[in-house]
Design a protein around this ligand. Structure first.
Ligand code: SF4
Length: 188
């Protein structure tokens, strides 16, 4: 399995924000978003057992499998091995490839490409511009709908987007605001 990095931090965004978690970043993606803020191309080949062994060097039971696009590599056997080690598995996917069964929490962050999933645990929509139509993904069933202002790297524009996102959540309370808190407190 091509692994970009494994590190220990707090989940910064979405439903589990603030939760200690081991991040397994799998290399590679099937999309090329202009705003992508992750260098996911470099990798080390690791066996599934080596991944589990490294994950288990950290005390948290929460594991976030991310990317890149993790569904391009994620296997049922890795899920089974992590479950056997007592881990809770969250994945962060762009939704273009259905994840294997057994994932405990699927966070889908659509990036404009057609979705292969109809029902997820969390729909995490990037808020790209004031007035953005939030009904585009109404057909996707989700326990939690998170609206997250896109990081434009421009503080003024970010502040305007966040203010607009707050107004959007107040206008349509099916959504809740998600902030990239790891960036606010300068952790990974
Ligand atoms: S789907 Fe995610 S990881 Fe892939 S290019 Fe887009 S932002 Fe980056």
């Amino acid at each position: 399995m091509k692994v970009n990095e494994i590190f220990y931090s707090l989940q910064g965004e979405g439903h589990f924000a603030g939760t200690a978690a081991v991040f397994v970043r799998l290399a590679g993606c099937n999309l090329a978003c202009q705003f992508c803020d992750t260098d996911h191309r470099g990798f080390t080949e690791m066996t599934e057992q080596a991944i589990v062994d490294m994950v288990c060097t950290f005390p948290a039971s929460h594991v976030v499998i991310t990317g890149g696009e993790p569904t391009l590599q994620l296997t049922s056997t890795l899920i089974d091995r992590l479950h056997a080690a007592g881990r809770f598995i969250q994945i962060e996917t762009n939704g273009t490839v259905a994840p294997p069964p057994g994932v405990d929490w699927v966070t889908c962050s659509p990036k404009g490409a057609p979705l292969a999933v109809e029902s997820v645990d969390e729909l995490k929509l990037l808020y790209m511009e004031p007035g953005q139509n939030l009904s585009a993904y109404d057909r996707v069933k989700a326990r939690v709908r998170s609206l997250q202002p896109c990081d434009t790297s421009d503080p003024e524009r970010n502040a305007a987007l966040t203010a607009a996102a707050v107004a959007a959540v107040k206008a349509d309370p099916r959504w809740r605001l998600s902030l990239q808190t790891h960036k606010l407190i300068n952790i990974r």
